[in-house]
Write a protein that binds this ligand. Structure first.
Ligand SMILES: CC(C)(COP(=O)(O)OP(=O)(O)OC[C@H]1O[C@@H](n2cnc3c(N)ncnc32)[C@H](O)[C@@H]1OP(=O)(O)O)[C@@H](O)C(=O)NCCC(=O)NCCS
Length: 201
């Protein structure tokens, strides 16, 4: 099932047209990940969430990915609305097997975008894909004019907390009105001019 869904998303699959190409925008930025594996960055589309849903096998994994607000089992057709896909910058990384990573940068206030729903396909974790995805999201937000990027991460999510820490995110005060959860940290990082476009070749 997973293989079938991923095949449908291969960039070289028959009939596949990159959504960015359909929009007459330059298709695919090539990124280099960890072991010099080439992946492409493109705008994520709702059908990508079918693949993402196939990577999430438990309520806890769902919570780590998307917080407490998304019901599990996931309903892929409901996900685009549940995660506010239309209001976000949605980024997909694609390798030779199809979708390899997904994440969002959501405009929250003037100058601030919030990173959310970051996930890497299980078979390519710990190879630099998460780093490439977050750098692509930060770059995208920077190009859109945001100067600050924030996120929540569960304290016991060692993989994600390490990833963000290595990318310069630090703990910060939650903005006014944000509910405080003892289970998660609020992190932030500023987006400097040097960061914008740094991940694109
Ligand atoms: C968190 C996640 C995106 C990381 O993706 P990844 O592709 O494995 O990350 P990378 O290979 O780019 O690793 C980035 C850094 O994090 C560290 N890291 C990754 N996984 C780790 C783990 N399980 N334990 C400790 N450190 C880890 C790496 O050592 C690496 O450090 P480096 O930059 O010094 O080399 C991935 O584990 C995932 O999809 N998890 C499920 C969804 C999730 O929890 N999302 C986070 C929402 S806040």
């Amino acid at each position: 099932m997973l293989a079938a869904v991923q095949q449908a998303h291969r960039v070289d699959a028959p009939g596949y047209t990159c959504p960015m190409a359909r929009e007459r925008r330059s298709c695919a930025t090539t990124l280099r990940v960890g072991r010099l594996v080439s992946v492409h960055s493109r705008i994520a589309v709702p059908i990508d969430l079918e693949v993402v849903a196939s990577w999430i096998g438990s309520k806890r994994e769902c919570e780590l990915w998307a917080g407490p607000g998304i019901p599990f089992p996931l309903e892929p057709s409901a996900l685009p609305a549940q995660i506010d896909m239309p209001g976000a910058m949605n980024v997909a990384l694609v390798d030779g097997l199809g979708l390899a990573a997904f994440g969002q940068a959501i405009p929250r206030s003037p100058g601030r975008a919030h990173l959310a729903r970051v996930i890497v396909r299980p078979d390519v974790r710990r190879q630099g894909m998460g780093r490439a995805l977050v750098e692509a999201l930060v770059s995208r937000a920077g190009k859109a004019g945001f100067s600050l990027i924030t996120l929540y991460v569960y304290r016991d999510n060692a993989a994600a907390a390490t990833l963000y820490s290595h990318l310069g995110f630090v703990r910060a005060e939650r903005p006014p009105g944000h509910s405080s959860s003892p289970d998660s940290w609020f992190l932030q990082r500023s987006i400097g001019p040097a960061t914008v476009g740094a991940s694109a070749q």
